[in-house]
Design a protein around this ligand. Structure first.
Ligand SMILES: Cc1cc2nc3c(=O)[nH]c(=O)nc-3n(C[C@H](O)[C@H](O)[C@H](O)COP(=O)(O)O)c2cc1C
Length: 350
């Protein structure tokens, strides 16, 4: 599919997607992006069905344009095979420092994706996207029947082929530079760290669906380079984290804007899944002991009180400072201005 056809199909003015970012997007951010002619996306992996309905309604109150919503399709552990005692001890010391009660093991919840998809289908947003796997076929069929455009996330060629077989409409190719969680669901994550532009090209050569480039894109010239390699659009996450409309905590924002180079690393310390962020004291403590990290989502639930207290206290040591490798080029611009700048740079580079 050509860039023009993709823009036409989704009624967009620019081949730019604001990445769905669970915990970081707000209705204001999504609507500002959509009103700017790009695709705004709600990050909803941690939302209940009710929150999904509410968030979509809030976005609709602010825009009549095209927007999307995103959940995690899989990756939820069904059992815990790791002894929690060492992690509880390590977190207990940090809780003492932060004045929190001792940590306790959270219950292992069930995969929320089917209930989340029911809420998405009921609200009928224009676009639905997912990462960490492929939803059950019955759920995907409901989304298709509702006429919603479906985007799946691939970090390697096998995943792109599996997504094509599952009948998605487009593929977000997440390269190794990308901020926050790796979407990998087939094969080892270490084998799925291809640079974004190489991954885009590899997928477009094999799969006949439109491919969206995600990972390390920070300006219009980066997007132009991705389009040259066969992408129909660029999906940017880190670049939007410093927009005033984003839900990024002040301490996280300051760390992003202070970064002078790529000081990110991939870690399982915060959530149990591999994710890229600025190096923190917590990562330095936990990364050398991968054996003590609980699987996702247990580790994520277990570190939530620490992250919450650190956010309130402005203590960057214990925050997950998610960022992609382009972090040093973050701009603190309102979303509309960022889109205008990206579009102008793209036009100049094209
Ligand atoms: C803070 C943050 C949160 C993210 N949360 C999600 C998410 O909930 N779902 C998802 O599919 N991708 C998520 N991503 C990944 C993005 O979709 C995209 O792959 C990534 O941002 C691209 O790399 P960049 O950050 O270098 O632009 C997140 C990225 C960031 C930076």
């Amino acid at each position: 599919m050509s860039v023009e056809k993709f823009l036409d199909r989704l009624k967009l003015r620019h081949p730019i997607i604001q990445a769905p970012m669970g915990g970081f997007t707000t209705p204001r951010l999504v609507a500002a992006v959509t009103n700017g002619g790009a695709l705004g996306s709600i990050g909803a992996p941690y939302f209940s069905p009710d929150q999904i309905a509410r968030e979509i309604a809030e976005v609709r109150a602010l825009t009549t344009g095209t927007f999307g919503i995103n959940v995690f399709a899989g990756g939820y552990a069904t059992e815990n095979t790791v002894d929690p005692a060492p992690m509880l001890k390590l977190l207990g010391d940090i809780h003492d420092e932060l004045g929190l009660p001792a940590p306790s093991m959270p219950p292992l919840g069930k995969n929320p994706v089917s209930a989340q998809i029911d809420a998405v289908v009921a609200a009928r947003p224009p676009v639905f996207s997912f990462a960490f796997g492929i939803p059950p076929e019955g759920d995907l069929q409901k989304v298709r029947d509702a006429g919603i455009f479906i985007i799946g996330t691939a970090t390697n060629l096998d995943e792109a082929c599996a997504l094509e077989n599952a009948g998605v409409n487009a593929i977000a190719a997440q390269g190794g530079e990308a901020g926050a969680h790796r979407g990998t669901f087939l094969g080892r994550f270490e084998d799925a760290m291809m640079p974004t532009l190489d991954l885009v090209e590899a997928i477009t050569k094999t799969v006949s669906l439109p491919v969206i480039a995600a990972g390390g894109l920070m300006d219009g010239a980066d997007i132009a380079a991705a389009l040259k390699r066969g992408a129909v659009a660029g999906q940017l996450g880190t670049a939007f984290l410093c927009c005033p409309e984003a839900g990024t905590a002040p301490t996280h924002r300051q760390a992003l804007l202070a970064a002078q180079a790529d000081t990110t690393r991939v870690t399982r310390a915060y959530s149990g899944r591999n994710a890229r962020g600025l190096v923190t004291a917590f990562m330095e403590r936990v990364d050398p002991r991968p054996d003590m990290i609980l699987p996702f989502p247990l580790q994520n639930d277990l570190t939530r009180p620490m992250r919450g207290a650190a956010t309130k206290a402005g203590d960057a040591r214990f925050l997950s400072l998610w960022a992609g490798q382009g972090v040093a080029r973050c701009r603190a611009l309102p979303a509309a201005d960022l889109i205008a700048a990206l579009a102008a740079e793209l036009a100049a580079a094209g």
